[in-house]
Ligand binder design. Sequence first.
Ligand code: FAD
Length: 370
Amino acid sequence: MNEYDVIIVGGSFAGLATAYFTQAENLLIIEKEKEIGARQRSTCGAPVDWVRRLGAERSILRTFDTITIHSPNGRELIIDLPMPYCTIDYRTFCASVAEHLKNAEIRTGTEVTGVEAGDPGKVLCGHEAYSSGLIVDASGWRAAVASHLKHGYAHLPRRIAGLETVAEYDADSIHIYFGNKLIPGGYAWVFPLTGGLSRVGLGSLKKVNLMDLNRRFLDFLGIEHFEAEHHGGIIPCLGMRDPVVGDIFVVGDAAGQVLPGTAEGIRKAFIYAEVLGGLISRVLKGELERSRALEIYRQEVLRSKKFYDIMLTIQNIAYNAPDWVLERVIGKVKSDRSILKRLLRVYFEEDSGHANMNSLLASLKHILKR
Ligand SMILES: Cc1cc2nc3c(=O)[nH]c(=O)nc-3n(C[C@H](O)[C@H](O)[C@H](O)COP(=O)(O)OP(=O)(O)OC[C@H]3O[C@@H](n4cnc5c(N)ncnc54)[C@H](O)[C@@H]3O)c2cc1C
């Protein structure tokens, strides 16, 4: 039988979390990789609480209370995180969440190649078709389902990509490095793991050779031993897309929900997956019409659009700024901790709808003022 209550395309952060919060009995997850969690693209830094809530505590490798920002001239700004973050083992994370989806069918090694709208709609995988009234596109930045319904939906006007490797390097904080010599149009990072290893990488919106630049960054850190193999991918942090396309729900990178400026997409995927999972579960219980669920989901997500737009402006300024501007901004935030406090509050409260955007804009103006 190829009929399901819910079909989710993509078995990564957004898809698995949506399935988790839906807790539907007759749910199908379609994943093109041979196994869930087989292909890590991300640094996998996420809040500890979220990883625990999804029942994936055993995937946690290392936890952190701080992020250290490095200015182009080597000045350090240590930021206390309002919630602990961790690095996770991607494969273990996916397997752990999947274990909690007792009644879900996970079809791996299956690529979605098309979709037919309707109620129920059909998801096409080569010659196979699967039908459901509730279809979720959680297939990452290419939005494999939504793109079939809306031409140009996943088009990115600019490429913004990240790349990293695992290296012998230890640290007790997440480290972020700015500076055009090191990485033009972006930033470099160190996310520690266990056993004296770290994920070391960088991302940029400029057309640069990320592999060469990462070799230089590894040299800069004095790292001699690292894995030759790098992983990474496109980061669609260029603003939110419409989270509803036809009758399809779109979540995570597929809907452009990764935050510009910080490229934080995992926490955001979880947040919107929870909203979506809750709505789907109400449709299945007969408490809500599908059309109303689509409407509410769109409203809930687009409530944050203004914040995403502001973050996009910050990203455009920060990633194109000369070093002296980056130096001054980091120096200003370092010397006035109240600005930092305000920025962090808005950053972490914005999805609750209580964040004060005016306070954010005032802080930004203050930082950029001579
Ligand atoms: C180098 C790098 C580092 C990053 N570091 C961080 C970080 O530390 N913290 C953070 O919060 N964010 C980070 N991000 C962003 C974060 O990884 C993404 O926002 C997050 O992975 C989005 O999850 P997702 O489930 O929406 O999409 P994805 O993780 O991209 O998953 C999409 C899934 O859909 C599957 N799929 C795709 N097409 C099809 C198809 N046609 N049929 C079936 N299945 C399909 C894919 O195989 C994949 O499993 C980073 C990104 C990059 C590139």
